[in-house]
Design a protein around this ligand. Structure first.
Ligand SMILES: Nc1ncnc2c1ncn2[C@@H]1O[C@H](COP(=O)(O)OP(=O)(O)O)[C@@H](O)[C@H]1O
Ligand SMILES: [Mg+2]
Length: 281
């Protein structure tokens, strides 16, 4: 099971978009995925439209037991391959600015239980959609994850935000030695913008090869697909196809990097296709 925290310490840069885009790419590949909505704004939950549940991530963080998890996880409306651990406004109350270690470990414990829930099909990928602050919720994600995917826009303030997020990842390694930064994905890029190219170069100077070679273009289709609660891979316009291809490449990197540590048991995606996607980067 690959567990990826999607974060930036800035709002509105595309964390949820990246989590949803990766879930859409995973659905297309047959990689069974759980999206954990840690943001009290619950945007990921709204777009994935799971049915009603009797519990939420708030309850799971209070009481990480198999019963609570079963009550808080529901299939998404996207299809069988993507489930949601549903978000809740109440989770804000758990976003302590300075949580103790036992609080920080609850999500990790919950995901360990989720892995062992006696399901026919275990999750191969867990995507943790974080809120923009560095409180208990984001830090719990960093303690639970083995990879951190940093999201930024190519603007001055966003670059500063990604630096802080990177420091947060490094600091959390005291509590979670398994945690590695997976990379920085630059979102909402307009290729003809000189300012954007300048900021991408600046990011490469700071983060070197951690900046993903594939950037996510700024396309109206992203907002349209989200508004219609559809996976971007099913939206079908030229802009949507462009973004979907970029997400395939990011997913390939997520799976490839994690795979070098531990081979997943259920590999239903086509290995050769995946390697081609990676080498196309
Ligand atoms: N690549 C993109 N192209 C067009 N719109 C985007 C793109 N990425 C994000 N958006 C839009 O920007 C807004 C904020 O994105 P979101 O993923 O919710 O950010 P965050 O989760 O970091 O707060 C949303 O309305 C989303 O549809
Ligand atoms: Mg969000």
């Amino acid at each position: 099971m690959h567990t990826v925290a999607v974060l930036s310490l800035k709002g509105g840069v595309g964390k949820t978009t990246v989590a949803l885009g990766l879930a859409s790419a995973a659905l297309r590949r047959g990689v069974r995925t759980l999206v954990v909505d840690l943001d009290p704004q619950c945007n990921a939950t709204s777009t994935l439209e799971p049915g009603d549940t009797s519990a939420s991530v708030h309850d799971v963080l209070q009481d990480p037991t198999p019963e609570t998890l079963r009550a808080a996880i529901a299939p998404s409306a996207w299809g069988d391959g993507v489930d949601v651990l549903v978000g809740s406004e109440d989770a804000e109350a758990l976003n302590h600015p300075d949580p103790n270690e036992s609080r920080l470990r609850r999500l990790r414990e919950a995901l360990r239980i989720a892995r062992d829930l006696d399901d026919d099909l275990p999750y191969q990928l867990v995507l943790l959609d974080c809120p923009p602050s560095l409180g208990q919720l984001t830090r719990s994600a960093l303690v639970a994850a083995d990879r951190a995917l940093l999201v930024t826009e190519p603007t001055m303030f966003a670059v500063a935000g990604v630096q802080r997020a990177f420091e947060a990842v490094q600091n959390e390694r005291d509590n979670n030695p398994d945690l590695q930064p997976l990379g920085v994905v630059v979102n909402r890029v307009r290729p003809r913008s000189h300012e954007h190219q300048f900021r991408i170069e600046e990011l490469r100077d700071i983060f070197g090869p951690l900046v993903m070679p594939v950037a996510l273009p700024d396309r109206l289709a992203v907002q349209q697909a989200q508004g219609a609660c559809m996976p971007i891979h099913e939206w079908g316009t030229p802009g949507a196809r462009e973004v979907a291809l970029a997400f395939n490449l990011v997913l390939a990197r997520v799976l490839r990097v994690s795979r070098s540590r531990r081979r997943p048991v259920h590999q239903e995606f086509d290995e050769q296709e995946l390697d081609e996607a990676v080498s196309a980067e």
